[in-house]
Design a protein around this ligand. Structure first.
Ligand SMILES: C[S@@+](CC[C@H](N)C(=O)[O-])C[C@H]1O[C@@H](n2cnc3c(N)ncnc32)[C@H](O)[C@@H]1O
Length: 317
């Protein structure tokens, strides 16, 4: 199968970022804890037991594979571009003591799935669709999900930020423009190192020592400790990926698209999980969760990222 330049670039960028999930336990754990709750998938407790699952755009972060295994899936088919992620995912699964015999790896694109109709009980696309080059490719991928899922099964997709928050609609977009337009900024982001960042911060904040009583060695050291591998991975994730469609649509648009692509029983999956961060963004988690009762948080973060579950429209519908 031939892959486009963008598909290959996206894969290459994520391979490196995903290696960080195993280097920083808190990064892995944060996602694993979310993924290992049935309600995060919009599924009833115990439903995944004995089921056949397809993970589209699985990458090599491995948290979802461990979570699906721990939720009792019978088989997990992992699909991503090409094959250079496969050895890395395999090594990650071994280091996590996950039963390797449950897994099949497939190098293919989510817009053209090499599976028969009605092959899987659950088809998930975790953070993939918004990185596809065109809206038509997203449509095609959702159509393919509906084709390969069994009539009684479920699909789930995370579609990204949605178009309502100031942060995603304007600020992140501007930072992405700066990343592609400013070589020095690009180089800074591509070479982010936690040690260097901490040293730089300590060096800068030391100018306040003796001049402002708020600046103490202890405070500076605490602030430096709030920069971790999770921080650098977060900024690289935000800026390096070539395509980010998330802020180009809203939840109503996505519902319409899923319906047109043959989906029904569409549900918004509430995002109530408290992500346990260890870097400075741990102070942002309460803001993310306050969209429902704070005008400021709703303005900045919008209505929440778009997570949908749905089923295949039966031919009798
Ligand atoms: C943000 S990462 C998400 C990885 C994983 N699902 C996770 O949650 O950690 C996006 C993944 O989508 C993959 N990807 C990009 N375009 C794809 C396509 N057309 N078909 C399949 N996978 C694709 C990338 O290679 C990358 O591994």
């Amino acid at each position: 199968m031939e892959f486009s330049k963008i598909e290959n670039e996206t894969k290459k960028i994520y391979i490196d970022q995903h290696l960080n999930y195993l280097k920083d336990e808190s990064l892995f754990r944060r996602f694993y804890e979310w993924a290992s709750k049935p309600e995060s998938h919009g599924l009833p407790d115990g439903w995944l037991e004995g089921k056949d699952v397809l993970d589209l755009g699985c990458g090599n972060s491995a948290y979802m594979e461990k979570a699906l295994c721990d939720l009792g899936a019978n088989s997990i088919t992992c699909l991503d571009i090409g094959n250079d992620w496969q050895g890395l995912l395999s090594t990650a699964l071994e280091s996590l003591n996950v039963d390797r015999s449950k897994f099949t790896f497939v190098g293919a694109s989510c817009v053209e799935l090499p599976f028969d109709d009605n092959s899987f009980d659950y088809v998930g696309a975790f953070g993939v669709l918004m990185h596809l080059e065109t809206m038509e490719m997203i449509n095609q991928s959702v159509r393919e999900m509906n084709r390969v899922v069994k009539p009684s099964g479920y699909c789930y997709a995370y579609f990204g930020s949605g178009s309502h928050g100031i942060l995603d609609k304007y600020i992140h977009k501007s930072l992405r423009t700066a990343y592609v337009s400013e070589p020095d900024f690009k180089s800074f982001i591509d070479n982010l190192s936690v040690d260097d960042l901490r040293k730089e911060l300590v060096h800068i904040l030391a100018k306040g020592l003796g001049n402002d009583p708020l600046f103490t060695e202890e405070t500076i050291s605490f602030l430096a400790s709030m920069l971790t591998l999770d921080t650098t991975t977060y900024f690289q994730n935000l800026l390096q990926v070539p395509v980010q469609q998330g802020a180009n649509y809203d939840t109503e648009y996505v519902d319409k698209m899923i319906t047109q692509c043959g989906g029904t029983n569409i549900k918004d999956i509430p995002q109530t999980h408290y992500y346990q961060r260890r870097d400075f963004r741990r102070f942002l988690t309460p803001f993310h969760l306050s969209r429902v009762d704070s005008d400021y948080c709703r303005l900045m973060f919008g209505n929440g990222h778009i997570h949908k579950s749905w089923q295949k429209k039966s031919t009798n519908n």
